[in-house]
Write a protein that binds this ligand. Sequence first.
Ligand code: OAD
Length: 248
Amino acid sequence: MRRSARYGVGMSRNIFVLTGAGVSAESGLGTFRDTKGEGIWAKFDPMKLATPEAFARDPETVLAFYDARRRNLKSATPNAAHFALARLETALAAGGGALTLVTQNIDDLHERAGSRTVIHMHGELMKARCETCDGVGVWRDDLKPSQACPHCGFVGGLRPHVVWFGEMPFHMDEIDRALRRADLFVAIGTSGAVYPAAGFVAEARAFGVPTCEINLEAADNAYCFDDARYGPASEVVPAWVEELIGPA
Ligand code: OAD
């Protein structure tokens, strides 16, 4: 299903794309919320698993939750939506424009599909951070409270390099600058339920940027968008990219 487009296909050179869990759903990574009540946060309590307080109270349980997600991610592969966005980045750059790809996802499927620049505003599952020295490094294995930080040697401070509820997302200044210079804003596979990302569409509109939602179904903030295309990301995103830059 498609609502009216108010922007000219092929006219956009600086495109801002915000992705959420829906872009990775067809790669086998669960979403957090859905209308059937089967999302990750319907099965698990985020206050016990995704807050600094939960980590301080029960690090084993929090680390085990992210260990399971990390193992799941290792066996997942990018889908056609990830590949289409990588192709869009290359084509826009070749034409003197740019794709700003901001993701709320902590997976690395955009990178594995070939996207060169990905802004992970909620962090990265395949990295660990030390709460003592703030050192960040690649971490592909399970995390245990008994492990020492490879940077400072402190034991007990390593955590997934992800943003938890109550923490400030990363790269907000860079995101704000990119929103201001965009000539099209597109949100893909995100429920519009979690701020500040859910507010980017309103910011874009305030800067006069046309906006489009690509999603399985209308997001909570669907009324904010000028245009909408509903369906699975693996079909709708490649079709949209093909409209913009032609067939692969
Ligand atoms: P949600 O799980 O809240 O929303 C996923 C969206 O993807 C929904 O709107 C679905 O309709 C849509 N969707 C599902 N399958 C799809 C498909 N095959 N194609 C296209 N769309 C599909 O995920 P996010 O909006 O990313 O934060 O969640 C935002 C944040 O909430 C996450 O980054 C995470 C979570 O709590 C933290 O953990 C800090």
